[in-house]
Design a protein around this ligand. Structure first.
Ligand code: CA
Ligand code: CA
Ligand code: CA
Length: 237
C-alpha cells in the first residue's frame, strides 16, 4: 500500500514537472520599470514625414533630420556610451521608427523571427496604451520579434504587427576584433497595430532599451541596459 502511494506521488510529480510552464523569456524578466506616477512620461511631438522613405536601414532621407528624437541614458540619467537613440515620424497610417546604435562589436543572436533575438545585440521597444503592450525586439541582421500582452500577463509572440523592418550595419556582424562602427534599424509600424487610427493629436506611450552583448546569450555589458526616458508620443497634426 505504502509503495503504491509512493509510486503514485512520484508519477504525479513527474506529470507536474512535464506540464510546468516554460520559463519566462529573459527580456520579460528584465522589462523596463513602469514609470512611476511621480515621473510623468516626457511628451515627444512626432512630426509628419516629408516625402517617401526607403526602408533600407539607412536614415539618410532628409525627413529623418527633423524627426522626434530620444537619446538612450544610463540609470543615472547621463547619456549612455556607446551612444544610441530612437527617432520617430508618422504619416499615411504608419509610425516610422529609426534606431541608431554605435557599436564596436556587433553580435547577432542567429534566431528566426519571433525567436529570442534579445540573446544578441538588440533594441527592445515597448509601446503601451492602457492595459495593452506591444513589444518590438530587433537584432542587427533585421530579425523582428513582435509581441503583445495584456496587463502584466505573458507575451504572445504569435501576434504579428505587420511592421516592415530593415537593418544596416557599418562593420562586420559576428566577427570580433575588427572595430565595427554602428548598426541602424529603420521600421514602419502600422498605427492600427498599436490601436491608433492615425490622426493628429493621438498619443501612445513608448520606452526603448538597447542591450549590447559581447557574446550570444551573455549578459549585457551594461546592466541595466540603457534606455530612453518613458515617452508619450503625440502625433503632430
Ligand atoms: Ca531609409
Ligand atoms: Ca510576432
Ligand atoms: Ca565585427
Amino acid at each position: 500500500m505504502f509503495i503504491a502511494a509512493a509510486v503514485l506521488i512520484v508519477v504525479l510529480l513527474i506529470i507536474g514537472y512535464l506540464n510546468r510552464p516554460p520559463p519566462a523569456p529573459k527580456h520579460q524578466q528584465e522589462l523596463p520599470p513602469v514609470p512611476s506616477a511621480a515621473v510623468p512620461p516626457r511628451e515627444l511631438h512626432v512630426p509628419h514625414v516629408q516625402g517617401a522613405l526607403k526602408i533600407d536601414g539607412e536614415l539618410d532621407e532628409p525627413s529623418w533630420r527633423s524627426s522626434a528624437r530620444a537619446v538612450f541614458e544610463k540609470q543615472d540619467g547621463s547619456e549612455a556610451r556607446p551612444y544610441s537613440d530612437a527617432r520617430f515620424m508618422w504619416g499615411e497610417g504608419v509610425l516610422h521608427v529609426g534606431l541608431y546604435a554605435a557599436d564596436h562589436d556587433i553580435v547577432s543572436a542567429h534566431v528566426p523571427a519571433d525567436g529570442p533575438v534579445w540573446q544578441g545585440d538588440a533594441f527592445h521597444v515597448i509601446f503601451s496604451s492602457r492595459e495593452l503592450q506591444h513589444s518590438f525586439d530587433i537584432g542587427p541582421t533585421g530579425t523582428l520579434t513582435d509581441g503583445e500582452r495584456h496587463g502584466s500577463g505573458p507575451w504572445s509572440y504569435a501576434w504579428q504587427s505587420g511592421a516592415k523592418l530593415a537593418c544596416d550595419a557599418d562593420g562586420t556582424i559576428d566577427k570580433p576584433g575588427d572595430n565595427d562602427e554602428e548598426w541602424v534599424a529603420e521600421m514602419d509600424v502600422p498605427l492600427s497595430s498599436l490601436g491608433l487610427e492615425g490622426k493628429g493629436g493621438e498619443r501612445i506611450g513608448v520606452i526603448a532599451r538597447r542591450c549590447d552583448v559581447k557574446e550570444v546569450g551573455k549578459p549585457s555589458l551594461e546592466s541595466p541596459c540603457p534606455q530612453t526616458p518613458a515617452l508619450d508620443l503625440v502625433l503632430a497634426p
